[in-house]
Design a protein around this ligand. Structure first.
Ligand code: SF4
Length: 522
């Protein structure tokens, strides 16, 4: 029972006898549960090879997808531009989900509006919603740009954003010259990374497509960087830091690192930082455009190559030593600026860290899942440390990505046990963790279910989760870390090694029996 003098958080509270009795009552009266033995029997069956074969034959059902939907990515992209309000044309519930998803991950308020289409809009189309929605959003929240994406509902009925926005302006709801870039983001294809790519192209198109006259590649001497769907705030900062150390003028095209990390000083900032409209307009004048996560930026690549006439360098995500080397050498080649001693020293520190830790990581098996570029970069770091990636799940990958991943695995002796599962979900991963147990699982918070289930079978079957990815709801502030560059590799190696040591401690806690590995004396 809760009392004013002793307010318990949920975990101890739900262990109180009256709560236990209430829960049992609910189960007995309303849940029509199967007997506990039957539940255990089915659980055991779901851990078998036989079940795995059936599981992998699944066609029309996704269970616990390792991805989110397109407009979620579009919202993140829009948040990276100065004084920009993300606006989703469609259902209100979807937008509540996007806001709460980001809110739980970043522990920040997320500004994003919806024009709340309901049944009548689904029948007659959502133009009226857009008339009112754009007018109200502009009047209430005073943005300098509104970036529109769509939910499934608007896409299913075929609402035409271009026509609706033009009509909204013609009808005088918002001024003709007010920027309203848009992207159709149907969630029945692609994922959050496709949505990011679509929205980015929509914003670039809106500011540069018809104003290319007078633009000269290289005339502003800057380099553009396009992050793609990126949720590690440290990754935006590390690019800026590395470029500052190289004395390279860099434009980060979509930079939400300020608005997603505002200080608690009594002032609410709906907008903070972000790429300015002037920077977008100037972007075609850059020397080149580097795509930080190239596998998820196909549309962006085409736009930048065809409209801005930029030669987009063929680079991988700069994760680990090799790919950060290649990234920095390319920047140096494009700008003529040498790689400074400070970055060479940082690289040396990473090599030192890897040498110190590789003995703990060598031969350890890691299953992992996430977005295409992140997964590939993570595999690269594992291979560089002599760790073995085994089950590699990437729901939103392409055939070309699978080939590139298989090539990467084939190039290392530590990649021989690696198998790639494109289009798979976390229920597939669960089967794999039971039938061919890795030492650890790397991914977002949803891997916690797999850890719980494997532990339920018995402590020797447990696959601990290392939380790197998106979303991370059940731990705090990990999103402020870095995964790219030498700095990012140092943080990733630190996280992985300490997970191995934590597990070792947990396995050797027996006093006077298994505590021989404490690495301490007193
Ligand atoms: S998948 Fe479609 S319906 Fe579901 S949240 Fe995303 S946009 Fe909304």
């Amino acid at each position: 029972m809760q009392t004013v003098d002793e307010i318990k958080p949920c975990y101890p509270l739900f262990r109180d006898d009256d709560y236990k009795a209430s829960l049992k009552n609910k189960q007995d009266l309303f849940e029509e549960r199967h007997p506990a033995e039957k539940v255990q029997e089915v659980f055991k069956w779901t851990t078998s090879k036989e079940y795995q074969e059936l599981n992998f034959k699944r066609e029309a059902l996704t269970v616990d997808p390792a991805k989110a939907c397109q407009p979620l990515g579009a919202v993140l992209c829009a948040l990276g531009f100065e004084k920009t309000l993300p606006y989703v044309h469609g259902s209100q519930g979807c937008v509540a989900y996007f806001r709460s998803y980001f809110n739980r991950h970043f522990k920040e308020p997320i500004s994003c509006v919806s024009d709340s289409m309901t049944e009548d809009a689904a029948v007659f189309g959502g133009q009226k919603n857009m008339f009112d929605g754009l007018e109200n959003a502009k009047a209430m929240y005073k943005p300098e740009m509104i970036a529109v994406s769509t939910t499934c509902m608007a896409e299913v009925i075929g609402d035409d954003l271009n026509a609706f926005i033009t009509n909204t302006k013609k009808a005088g709801h918002i001024p003709e010259d007010f920027p309203v870039p848009f992207a159709h983001t149907p969630s029945f294809v692609g994922s959050h990374v496709t949505g990011w790519d679509n929205m980015f192209e929509g914003i670039m198109r809106s500011f540069t497509l018809n104003t290319m006259e007078g633009k000269v590649v290289g005339s502003n001497q800057k380099l553009n960087f396009v992050p793609g769907f990126e949720t590690y705030l440290g990754n935006f900062r590390v690019i800026k830091r590395m470029m500052a150390e190289m004395d390279v003028e860099a434009t980060l095209l979509s930079d939400p690192s300020e608005v997603l990390d505002t200080p608690a000083d009594g002032e609410f900032r709906m907008y903070s930082g972000g790429t300015t409209q002037a920077e977008i307009k100037d972007a075609p004048n850059a020397v080149s455009t580097i795509l930080i996560q190239p596998w998820q930026l196909e549309k962006t690549r085409k736009y930048v190559e065809n409209t801005w006439n930029h030669e987009v360098p063929k680079l991988n995500i700069p994760m680990g030593i090799d790919w950060t080397d290649e990234f920095l050498m390319k920047v140096s080649e494009l700008t003529g600026k040498p790689i400074p001693e400070s970055l060479a020293k940082e690289r040396g520190r990473l090599v030192d860290i890897m040498s110190d830790s590789h003995a703990w990581l060598h031969g350890k098996k890691f299953a992992l899942y996430g977005d295409p570029d992140f997964v590939m970069g993570m595999v690269k770091i594992l291979l560089e440390c002599g760790a073995e990636p085994t089950h590699i799940v990437c729901n939103n990958s392409s055939k070309r990505w699978v080939k590139a991943m298989e090539k990467l695995l084939a190039e290392s002796p530590f990649g021989v046990n690696g198998k790639v599962y494109p289009g798979a979900d976390l229920w597939h991963m669960r089967s794999l963790c039971f039938t061919d147990k890795p030492d650890f699982l790397i991914g977002n918070s949803y891997g916690k279910f797999i850890q719980r289930d494997t532990l339920h079978k018995g402590p020797e079957f447990e696959v601990p989760l290392i939380r790197i990815g998106f979303p991370l709801f059940d731990r705090h502030h990990l999103h402020r870390q870095t995964t790219i560059g030498y700095e990012g590799a140092m943080q990733v190696v630190t996280t992985l090694t300490n997970a191995v040591l934590e597990k070792l401690d947990a396995d050797t806690m027996g006093m006077g029996t298994t505590d021989y590995n404490f690495d301490l004396i007193r």
